[in-house]
Ligand binder design. Structure first.
Ligand code: PLP
Length: 375
């Protein structure tokens, strides 16, 4: 059994994907070819954003966004302490102050109360200028944008949505990657919508930002690509990846997202009461980038993971180290005692196999083995 079975997906979509790749080979328009523009239009439409600018990966998508918003060395950017490293990394790489915010113990997403305390603390210290919030849609569920947007409005901060895992999620029919002033996603193979290598995208409703993002991804080009009007990146989505993603987006919309939600519902039904199953806020739909359960403590979590492994069932700990516990951030002192929920989650979480090609027999076996281990 695979944790995420990309082979099964390829087998299911083989004919269409092979054709898509070959059509690019026949045209040989490898960089920003026709498929890239078509994919960007389809993505923007699906997400409900006016503009989509693809790029090389989800990390670049965030870095380019920070540049487009002109976030500087004297600015503070607020990120959740419980996330994939890239969310914090891009802020530090930009030489801005990366401020960690605790998460909600039920949703795994940024806590608006902790965010407000962190903003006040930074203002009081007076060393950095609070400038932006990067909210993460962890494990497929959108962050609490009703509350977070109120806070960014109140304090005059930019809101960036890191939708690398959120793609396909919704809040009351409004889709992930449409909640930020600028929003980003990733097409890393293991994400809800993945390609066959690296890829990413940036979304915005603002046409000035969109033009700036297009320039930044292509060496800061002006009207002509050999006239460089600013310092930028070399960060484009390959035409071949765009062609693959067009096939996969269709499958995602038609079947795969729903299948993920059905598998999650099966896990929910069978594991409720035994472990803490993922909590969805009212009106929210998750794309289940991960199906993550919470155990009583580290010992129970590790025992369960060992038991599953012994029976050939893969599971993962996302994430074993919160940001403030990463070696590179060992000197971070500002609000360490604030980050208690993140600190606890890294001990107790376990992510179960989740992909749209899991069979009923497999999910039943996973549930049975979890029951055996815990009862
Ligand atoms: C995967 C991920 C990224 C980075 O995406 P890449 O395409 O791997 O660069 C950023 N943020 C989060 C939350 C992620 O899960």
């Amino acid at each position: 059994m695979e944790f995420i079975d990309l082979q099964r997906q390829y087998c299911a979509l083989k004919k269409e994907i092979d054709e898509a790749i070959h059509s690019v080979l026949n045209k040989s328009d490898y960089i920003l070819g026709e498929e890239v523009g078509l994919f960007e239009s389809e993505l923007a439409k699906y997400v409900g954003a006016r503009h989509c600018v693809t790029c090389a990966n989800g990390t670049d998508a965030l870095s380019i966004t920070l540049k487009a918003l002109n976030i500087s060395q004297t600015d503070a950017v607020f990120v959740p302490a419980f996330t994939f490293f890239a969310t914090a990394e891009v802020v530090s790489l930009n030489n801005s102050a990366c401020i960690f915010v605790d998460v909600d113990e039920r949703t795994f997403n940024m806590s608006s109360e902790s965010l407000e305390r962190a903003i006040k603390l930074v203002k009081k210290e007076g060393k950095y200028n609070p400038k932006a919030v990067i909210a993460v849609d962890l494990f497929g569920q959108c962050a609490d944008y009703d509350k977070i947007r109120k806070i960014t409005n109140q304090y005059g901060l930019f809101l960036i949505e890191d939708g690398a895992q959120g793609f396909g999620g919704e809040i009351r029919e409004k889709r992930a990657c449409s909640f930020g002033d600028i929003s980003t996603t990733s097409f890393f193979p293991a994400k809800p919508l993945g390609c066959y290598g690296d890829g990413g995208a940036i979304f915005t409703d603002d046409s000035d930002y969109a033009a700036l993002l297009k320039s930044l991804r292509f060496h800061g080009k002006g009207a002509d690509k050999y006239d460089n009007v600013r310092i930028g990146y070399n960060s484009r989505l390959d035409t071949i990846q765009a062609a693959i993603l067009r096939v996969k987006l269709k499958a995602f919309k038609e079947r795969e997202l729903e299948k993920r939600q059905q598998i999650a519902a099966f896990y929910d039904k069978n594991l409720k009461g035994l472990v803490k199953t993922p909590f969805l806020q009212e009106g929210y739909k998750s794309s289940y980038a991960q199906y993550t359960i919470i155990l009583k403590d580290g010992e129970q979590r590790n025992n369960l993971q060992d038991y599953l492994k012994k029976h050939g069932i893969p599971s993962m700990v996302y994430y074993p180290k919160s940001m403030h516990n990463q070696t590179v951030y060992k000197d971070y002192t500002l609000n360490r005692d604030e980050l208690k929920v993140s600190q606890n989650l890294e001990q107790c979480v376990l992510s179960l196999p989740m992909h749209p090609y899991l069979t009923d027999e497999e999910t039943q076996r996973i549930v049975d083995k979890i029951k055996e281990s815990l009862c």
